[in-house]
Design a binder for this molecule. Structure first.
Ligand SMILES: C[S@@+](CC[C@H](N)C(=O)[O-])C[C@H]1O[C@@H](n2cnc3c(N)ncnc32)[C@H](O)[C@@H]1O
Length: 227
């Protein structure tokens, strides 16, 4: 596993997977009111960059309440297939209802699990989408998730990721946010990471990379290809 010199600047994640699961189960009914309105616009922007075509096979990791997965299911059409994996059974229930209501559930397979080990075949996906979830994995796990994604992507397959970013350096707002994260990690659980660098180090070819601001905090949106 490669180890970036920047890794030591990324805050560690101290909660267990069980704590993460319980947290998102509790959040699942409220999530759309609390985080959704802020992050969704950028998640949709990242999803557009994945440029999904009809007939494709696409996985979303950490689908939350399913807004992006619903769009993915619509984009792959009747001939494609969408997959979603999330650690929280509560999020899965909310997403299942959303897909049922939209009459799209028949083209989606939902799984409950930890994305460090993906229950999908090697070379099986055209694309993988991850929004505001990669930064929840502890630093040594980020390359493991990206390696798993590489395994399941077809050659030339693509990944689009949106995540809180440390790329812009130690700005005041990032330092303030990290203090909040350190004090209340169970609530401000995302923490800024070096997204483009992590994806590049995992052996992908970067196709596009942009940094935007969410309530003043930098976000990276990166699209990359599996070489
Ligand atoms: C911050 S939410 C983002 C949800 C959605 N992508 C969005 O943009 O609204 C993170 C999601 O990742 C899921 N998650 C957290 N840790 C996970 C893990 N180890 N494996 C899979 N999913 C995980 C949570 O249950 C939650 O639904």
């Amino acid at each position: 596993m490669k180890n970036s010199s920047n890794n030591r600047q990324i805050l560690p994640v101290n909660r267990t997977k069980e704590q993460a699961r319980r947290f998102y189960d509790r959040m699942s009914r409220l999530y759309d009111y609390i985080s959704g309105p802020f992050e969704r616009k950028y998640a949709f922007r990242a999803l557009e960059l994945l440029d999904i075509m009809e007939g494709e096979t696409i996985l979303e990791i950490g689908f939350g309440t399913g807004h992006c997965l619903k769009k993915i299911a619509a984009s792959v059409g009747e001939t494609g297939k969408a997959y979603g994996i999330d650690i929280s059974p509560g999020m899965l229930r909310v997403t299942k209802r959303r897909l049922e209501k939209a009459k799209l559930l028949d083209r989606v397979e939902l799984n409950c699990g930890d994305a460090t080990s993906l229950p999908y075949d090697t070379n099986s996906m055209d694309g993988v989408f991850v929004a505001f979830t990669l930064e929840l994995f502890d630093t040594p796990e980020i390359p493991i998730v990206l390696e798993e994604v590489k395994r399941i992507l077809k050659p030339g397959g693509r990944i689009a990721v949106a995540a809180m970013s440390k790329k812009a350096g130690e700005s005041l707002i990032v330092r303030l946010y990290e203090r909040v994260h350190n004090r209340w990690p169970e609530y401000a659980d995302c923490r800024p990471i070096f997204l483009e660098e992590s994806i590049h180090e995992a052996g992908y070819q970067i196709k596009s990379s942009q940094t935007v601001k969410l309530l003043g905090l930098p976000l990276e949106i990166v699209v990359a290809l599996n070489n």
